[in-house]
Write a protein that binds this ligand. Structure first.
Ligand SMILES: [Zn+2]
Length: 454
């Protein structure tokens, strides 16, 4: 007797959609059955007309706990993620107090969050000037990747210089660790920003001008040169511009060990949204032009951009306001998107552009699982893997309103968007955590650790 039988599903795999039933036992996929096969199960879900995807993994979120819970608590962020069809998030190490700099901090964060998450979660570890000798310990503790800045993110998190990054790439290679980079060149941005503020240019267009694509491209090219030199491995976070994606494509052609992500907001919005609507649309790297946004899509389709994530980065309303002296520069640079990224991407990719649903499975589940070392347990619907599923109703019409956001602070660049096709059920290890927008009580999410099979 199975625990759960999901029947009449359009199962989305890496390269096709097949008619299938999926049987679940003890939180794991027990069998994938072609067509309709009557098997005994305690619970049966009929998904006629709906797509069954491997559970969506959002590989880049900021859930702010411990330390910055006035922005959002882990419980709130994870419930919003569950409502948006996400079954696993990978949480960033900054906007944590302290940042996740060593195995002891990792263990404390893991203990603190026990029983607080609606869905499964993994941790990024810190990669800053003061923890370079702690990385292997963090990896052993279960860190999925290490986040490195090439421009100063502020707070108590430091950027590395090129010499340090070279050393780190060599060190990480020894234990197959993965570094993820926020690519914006620190010197260039610092110079532009200082000059802009010194001359009283603090507006929205001034902010965009002070974070040009040249800064992002220089940083990415620096990483690519180091990969060539060290034979190391790197993941490029939140690629915002097609010129950056093209550099990554060429590095892949050359055989370098590089992967990349973009965020749904770079595919949906432009710098003009920041100019017209204000800091709700402020992020870094910043939103680019309409032509850039259009061209970035090519690199989603050709596989250069392996993952699509939200870079969910909430803040309090007062932090998001333009500051009296520094204007747009002083407003928080982050967009809350973990709840709405999947539906917005589905509408854009599948409903509007007619892409195959397998694209969503690849960039939002299969590839993140593989890159972040979870492919032994998640990312694919096959016997033995966790029974994590995202169910999509391709006919469901939606409009995003502030009311329905489960965030602590109910504002987002995504409010006002409408579209067709949305998650209607989220299943984590066989447990339904969201159905038709309603969340089930209970926080059954578990910490996932790196489990790459050698
Ligand atoms: Zn981020």
């Amino acid at each position: 007797m199975y625990d759960l039988l999901i029947k009449n599903a359009r199962l989305v795999t890496a390269d096709e959609v097949i008619a299938a039933a999926v049987a679940v036992k003890d939180g794991k996929v027990a069998a994938v059955l072609a067509g309709e096969t009557p098997v005994p199960a305690r619970q049966v879900l009929d998904l006629t007309g709906k797509y069954l995807l491997p559970g969506v993994i959002d590989c880049h979120v900021h859930f702010n706990e411990p330390g910055y819970t006035w922005r959002e608590e882990f419980a709130q962020g994870s419930r919003a993620a569950a409502a948006g069809g996400v079954t696993t998030v990978i949480d960033m190490p900054m906007q944590n107090r302290p940042p996740v700099i060593d195995r002891e901090v990792f263990a404390r964060k893991a203990e603190l969050l026990q029983g607080k998450s609606a869905i499964d979660y993994g941790f990024w570890g810190a990669l800053i000037k003061t923890n370079l000798d702690k990385l292997s310990g963090l990896q052993e503790a279960g860190t999925l990747a290490f986040k490195c800045f090439m421009c100063n993110p502020g707070q108590d998190y430091t950027a590395l210089d090129i010499a340090e990054i070279e050393q780190v790439l060599v060190t990480l290679r020894e234990f197959d660790g993965l570094a993820g980079f926020h690519c914006e060149d620190y010197a260039m941005i610092e110079r532009l920003q200082t000059a802009s503020l010194a001359t009283g240019k603090t507006g929205r267009r001034d902010y965009l001008a002070a974070r040009p694509v040249e800064a992002e491209l220089k940083a990415v090219n620096d990483i690519i040169a180091l990969l060539d030199k060290t034979e190391g491995r790197a993941h490029i976070c939140h690629v915002s511009h097609p010129a950056v994606a093209e550099a990554i494509r060429q590095a892949k052609v050359k055989g370098l060990d590089i992967t990349a992500e973009t965020c749904v907001h770079y595919l949906l919005f432009t710098g003009e949204d920041l100019v017209n609507e204000g800091p709700r649309f402020k992020c870094s790297p910043p939103l680019r032009t309409a032509a850039d946004r259009k061209k970035l899509w090519d690199y989603v389709l050709d596989g250069t951009l392996d993952c699509i994530c939200s870079d969910h980065s909430p803040c309090a309303p007062e932090e998001k306001a333009e500051a009296s002296e520094t204007g747009t520069f002083g407003a928080w640079g982050g967009i809350s998107g973990v709840q709405t990224s999947l539906q917005a991407f589905w509408d854009l990719a599948i409903t509007q552009k007619g892409a195959d649903p397998s694209l969503v499975a690849r960039v939002m589940s299969i590839n993140p699982a593989a890159i972040f070392g979870l492919d032994g347990v998640k990312g694919t619907v096959m016997p033995g893997r966790d029974a994590d599923f995202t169910v999509i109703d391709p006919q469901k019409n939606w409009e995003i309103t502030a009311d329905e956001l489960l965030y602590k602070h109910k504002f987002s660049a995504f409010t006002g968007l409408s579209g067709t096709g949305a998650p209607v059920m989220t299943i984590v290890r066989g447990q339904v955590v969201m159905e038709d927008g309603r969340l089930r009580d209970g926080c059954t999410g578990q910490l996932v650790r790196r489990c790459r099979e050698e």
